[in-house]
Design a protein around this ligand. Sequence first.
Ligand SMILES: [Ca+2]
Ligand SMILES: [Ca+2]
Ligand SMILES: [Ca+2]
Length: 411
Amino acid sequence: MNLNRFLISSAVAALSSIASAQVIPGQYIVMLRAGHDPHGVAIEHGVRAEQIYDTAVLGFSGPLSAAKLQALQNDRRVQAVEPDRQVAILGQVVTAGLTAATVTSAGDLVPTGVDRIDAELNSCTDASSVGIAIIDTGISLTHPDLYVAGGISYVTGIASANDDNGHGSHVAGITAAKINGLGVCGVAPNAKLFAVKVLNNTGSGTLSAVISGVNWVTKNAKLKGIKVANMSLGFTSTSVTLNSAITKSVNGGVTYVVAAGNNALDAATFSPANHPSVITVSAVADEDGDCGGDGLATYYGADDTFASFSNFGAVVDIAAPGVTIYSTFMNGGYATMSGTSMAAPHVTGCAALYLVHHPTATPATVRTALLAQATPQSPVEPWLDTTGRWRGGFSGDPDTTHEPLVDAAGL
Ligand SMILES: [Ca+2]
Ligand SMILES: [Ca+2]
Ligand SMILES: [Ca+2]
């Protein structure tokens, strides 16, 4: 208990220090107007392009001298040039290194987050008809509790989409861990996962690689059946290129769910949380998987309260459990993590559940359905809904936009 307390307490600093979105000196992202060939323009300007964008946006990234930057800014085919930036995961390990054997006897443990949103009560036990892209640190590709159908890496020097950090696998498991008699069950069990690796083994990466991830999802959505994308990552700024790419991808039929961020600030200045077409998720502290606020206090607040680290504000659409969440990890293992990174994949799983039952739903319809089904913040005191199920919200939202808590049972 004391050890756990120490580990949790050391995680606080990390959760709150993820704010800075540093510009990467000399590295730029170039977005072209429609109809121009990114390879051709890069070659013409003598740019050694590191990423090429050919679907969600047209453009490229790479090192630019001051002269080349100036020349590109004066090229009428260029719509925007912006600095590349550092991007980071939004979750922190509380307890790692657990194996399935150490935590389960038999059967699939229902983690507190899955329990709190009643995902185990949804009639869907096999969501494999829906593809989900996890744009993250990769996924443990051979994890027995995850159905990983494909992947790609945009991390320099790393060819495999296998997870070398743990964060992406944890996100994946919250969304889609199998009902297979071991480990845990996810919100949308056995959903078809795609590991889009844009962040490295330290959980950091570049905006230019994230845009490549969105480009890949957009390009492969129809072919591979990808209908939902999760981004438990972000940076403090706004990128016109990333925003354009996400808009195109959403218009192409992919529902994007993103973490609000862990700075305890308004998410309005935090990307991609501030994108108008994504579903932005804040984190709730829930200790016991039940409504009513009767669980033990967590390090990030009392049971069924707004998590102390979570970003907030008008850009937040919906809330989900994000404190001390148990899920799959890298190397086939399991771990407990906290962050808005953990809240977002609960909503991603709910989007997938809705799409299992409504395969032709558009991103706008998915968002409307999730919000209609969600549990209002107030009352926290349990109440019986029309299906005879106990429901209850949460308290402590620091702003006046009272986003509801995602609910999975009735989707
Ligand atoms: Ca399982
Ligand atoms: Ca609770
Ligand atoms: Ca709010």
